[in-house]
Write a protein that binds this ligand. Structure first.
Ligand code: SF4
Ligand code: SF4
Length: 441
């Protein structure tokens, strides 16, 4: 991990980032009227009143004014313009790393201000000073350099394919002209193996041909979406697009709907400056489409199920709760809040990677010691994110579900961890594909 030492280097970091400061970012910087409407919905604000969207976004505004507004630059702190110094960036980190980039504030702000995106821009500057939490930075670097393909990862991928053979007649890897290309990641293999196998079983049943990448496409690509390293972001998007194109796939099917989905579907072509090779779909969209058209061969399910919207799927991806699908496979409960107004489970962005269990599980396959890299700041943020999860779980439990259904591996992890802490009743948390596979006829 390279730390840029001098002020001059940090100034350069701002100018490098300025390439990504488009009109939407300028709008987020310039037009907040500090009305406070976004505070109530922010999961961070619920845990600590200092960390609301406007003050989280304000740190990027302070740096922006220093470099982009000559009058504010001359007035300095009087005009809330701050230079990029290590000291200021450490203060900014306290705020930016409490944001899960859930976009809830964006949904309720009448001025359309996205404080989560401002936090991400701030993280890009924090990264330039070498202040990204080490465990997350190392994952990003391993992903960028492909050094995550360790012998243990190869073994894990081979074992996954062996296990898959129990359910499907033939495992397709790197084959051309299949309909769905599934960009399997390390996080998919370690935390979402059952969801992956279930997805493939359903594809077989509905007659959609599929293929897997020749090797896992990343740790949870693009890790640059978490650290604000847009160059890494671009290279990972390119890597996935190019393999899908080479294989002539008709769709890239995303099983883990963390930030991978909006990154590939929306931001990817712009950041990576490359055309999308084919349609990008989440399993939620695909299976909901089949359920709506009556083409999903499933038995009726009766478990009382409540849907938890992953932020990146709903608010940053526009994919809503799959009503028709849930009606078929369970007895869906009516959530108190739906879609854009659902609170984040605390697992968004970098949060997931700072939990000791996650670091431990990834360390085993990546053959590095991520747990040792979790410093006191990282552990404090993990604690903070767990409180967000507990808050979310308490909301869900008011509906007395038998199962919480979602479509993101970090949501599954966070909700399970919080349930262990706050609930004495046994409640399952499942990826939606697992529920569909269980009900297949
Ligand atoms: S971001 Fe929007 S809702 Fe929040 S304080 Fe600013 S103007 Fe108000
Ligand atoms: S993106 Fe989410 S966590 Fe971040 S400031 Fe907005 S509401 Fe809060």
């Amino acid at each position: 991990m390279m730390a840029l030492e001098s002020r001059k280097d940090l100034d350069k970091a701002f100018w490098r980032l300025s390439k990504y400061i488009e009109s939407n970012i300028i709008h987020y910087v310039e037009n907040c009227i500090s009305c406070g409407i976004c505070y109530e919905i922010c999961p961070a604000f619920h845990i600590d009143k200092r960390y609301a969207p406007a003050p989280i976004g304000e740190w990027f505004r302070r740096f922006y004014r220093r470099y982009m507004n000559p009058i504010a630059r001359a007035l300095g702190k009087l005009a809330h313009a701050y230079p990029l110094t290590r000291e200021n960036l450490l203060k900014a980190r306290e705020y930016a790393y409490r944001c899960t980039n859930c976009a809830a504030c964006y949904m309720v702000c009448a001025a359309g201000i996205d404080s989560g995106t401002l936090a991400l821009m701030c993280k890009a500057l924090i990264d330039s000073a070498g202040l990204t939490p080490q465990a997350v930075k190392v994952l990003e670097e391993l992903e960028a350099t492909r050094k995550y393909i360790t012998p243990k990862v190869e073994e894990l991928y081979a074992k996954f394919q062996e296990e898959l053979k129990k359910y499907v007649p033939e495992v397709s890897v790197g084959e051309r002209d299949r309909t769905a290309y599934i960009p399997v990641s390390i996080v998919d293999l370690v935390f979402g193996k059952d969801a992956l196998i279930s997805t493939i079983r359903v594809l077989e049943k509905i007659g959609i041909t599929w293929t897997l990448p020749r090797e896992p496409v990343g740790i949870r690509p693009p890790m640059g979406y978490v650290t604000g390293n847009f160059a890494e972001f671009a290279s990972l998007v390119r890597r996935i697009y190019l393999e899908a194109k080479e294989l002539n796939a008709k769709m890239i099917l995303v099983v883990d709907c963390g930030y991978t989905y909006p990154a590939l579907r929306f931001e990817g072509p712009y950041i990576a400056e490359i055309e999308q090779p084919c349609k990008i779909m989440s399993v939620v969209e695909l299976f909901e489409d089949y359920a709506e058209r009556g083409l999903l061969p499933v038995r009726e399910g009766h478990d009382a199920a409540i849907w938890h919207d992953p932020c990146m799927l709903m608010r940053r991806g526009g994919v809503e709760m799959p009503h028709a699908l849930l009606e078929r496979i369970a007895t869906p409960l009516k959530p108190k809040w739906k879609g854009r107004y659902v609170r984040c489970c605390g697992g968004g962005s970098h949060m997931f990677f700072l939990h000791e269990e996650v670091a431990k599980a990834l360390s085993e396959v990546l053959e590095i010691d991520l747990v040792r890299m979790l410093d006191s700041f990282s552990r404090e943020i993990a604690e903070f994110s767990l409180k967000m999860a507990e808050h979310r779980v308490e909301e869900l439990l008011t509906k007395m579900p038998r199962v919480i259904v979602t479509a993101c591996h970090s949501c599954v992890f966070m909700l399970r961890k919080a349930l262990e802490k706050v609930s004495t009743v046994r409640i399952d948390v499942k990826h939606v594909s697992e529920l569909v596979a269980k009900q297949l006829m």
